[in-house]
Every structure is written in C-alpha cells, then in structure tokens.
Design a protein around this ligand. Sequence first.
Ligand code: FES
Ligand SMILES: [Fe+2]
Length: 329
Amino acid sequence: MTNAAPLPYPSGWFCVGLARDVPPGRVRTARLMGEDVVLYRTRRGTLRAVGPHCPHLGAHFGAGGTVRGEDLVCPFHGFAFGPDGSCTGAPDGTRLRAGLAHHHLAERDGVLYVWRGIADEPPTWELPPPVGAVPLAWWRGEVLSHPQEVMENGVDFRHVSVLHGLDTRETAPPEVAGPLFTIHQRTTTRFPGLGAVGLDQPVALAGLGTMRLVAELPELGGRLRVWVLATPVAPWRTLVRFAVACSASAGVPGVLGAAADRAASWVALRAAVRIIKQDRPVLAHKRYLAQPRLVPGERSIGLFRRWARQFYGEEACRAEPRADGAPAD
Ligand code: FES
Ligand SMILES: [Fe+2]
C-alpha cells in the first residue's frame, strides 16, 4: 500500500494468544502492530509480556530464550531477567545494568491481552470482568482489514441477512459506556429437532480488539459464549481469532459432560468460521469510507464510528457520519 492506511492503529487491549498456549516454562512470540511481543510464564505461573530484544546485545528472546525458575534467560550469553524485569545475572555471575520493560498484560477467561495506549500511555481502562468460562474451541485467520472494520460488522445488520443469510435484528439501540459498546440483537435460527429458536444475544465490545457474545440456550439447557478478537499485526492486516465455550451438558456428569461441551463448542465454532469466511473477501477489498452514505436503519453504524474515535489520537479524528445516518457536514 503506497498511501498511509486510512485508519491508524487503535489503542486498547488486543489479544496476543490463549493462556493455554503459554503454560509454565513456555516462551512464545506474538505479533502486535508491526512488532513482536514475547510472552512467557515462570515455573510458578507468573505471566509476562516483554519487548523481544535483549538489552545486552539484542538477541531475540523468542528465538531460543528459555524460562529457568522465575527467570527469562536469553539464548545468546545467558543473561537472566526476573519477573520484575531486573537482570539476575549471567552464568558467570556478571550482572547487566539494564532490565526488561514489560507490556501491560491482562488475562481474562483464558485469553491474553496486551495494552497499547495512545502515545504509549498506560492503561486508561480495564477489560470487563470474566464470564467464568474458558474457550473450548478456537480458530484464527488473517484478514486484510482493520480492527474497526472487523468490529463494525457487528452493527451492520443489513449485511447479516444479505451476505450471511441470517435472520438477525437489532432489538434496541446500542448502549455506550466509555470504552464499552453493547449491541442488542436477536437471531432466529433453526436447530435440528428443535425448529426455529430465537437467541437473544447482547454483544459487548470492549474497545476495538474484543467482542463477546453470551447467549442463553434455554431449549438446550445451556449457554453459548463467543469471543471475536481482532489483533492488528500490520497496517490494514488483522489477525482475527474466534473462540467458543458452549455449555450444553447441564446434568451430564464429569468426563462425558466435558466431552459434550467441547463437541458443542466445535459445532458452534464451525458456524462462526463460516461467517467470517464470507466476510473476509469483502473486508479485504472494501475501501474504508470516512463518510459512507448510510440509509435509514443504520444509525448504529454512525454511533459505532463516533464511539470508536476515542481509541485514536487527536490527529486521527476524521469526519464521520452523524448518528442519524446523514454524512457529516
Ligand atoms: S544478547 Fe542477550 S545475553 Fe547477550
Ligand atoms: Fe459479517
């Protein structure tokens, strides 16, 4: 892309992986906004996210770095760093008078997030409380798009029936509370043996990196939770993760119940992945229009765009449509 991307990277919390991928003793590298982030968990379970390069001579911790007890050890000359970032010494006892800077990290419901602030400011808001379930099925894929465009899909009800063939309606206007944006919608879908089932699904966005859907399944005696996680890895390239936790086995004991939940989660995930695969080519080729020609019934898109402005610095604020759907003056 020769021109600058039409939207810069947003601020907020962005997924860098699942907690299950970083068990004690493991070092992993994630990509976030054109940079590597190295994640590791100490033997006692402390999780850290650091810049990738060792302050000694610049080796990459993700390329051979190891965890020794509570320390992260560089593969090049063996300097070790404790959980507070300070150097605990090389194998011969030499200490480095430099330490590691940590990224702000949060773990919620088995998902790991790193904070990126406007002009490197520390976190100005926290992720919502956990829902109390960890993902049982997951998928990831890259989309040539921006997190704001990915998340805007959630308020674009017109495309849901046309592109995805789903009967989803907005039941009330979205609620805005600082960095949180809640969409109220109802999907009517057919379940084998149950006929048409209406699912009321509040969809909660926390910034532009995470969208969470919790749906009660009274007919199945369960609950469905879906996470849509959008991580900008490069300008106009976003890693989208879908994670699902379905509990459909109320009353089914132990191992059998757990296996039933996992199976139900993978079934639900397949449906979600089918949807993102329909979105992907559209998102990859569409152009970001700062002033789209919205039509009646699309107020929520205007509202979403105005809410999303808070995640950028001053200079990135562009003319956006008014909430009534008319273009900005
Ligand atoms: S570069 Fe890391 S110990 Fe030398
Ligand atoms: Fe979509």
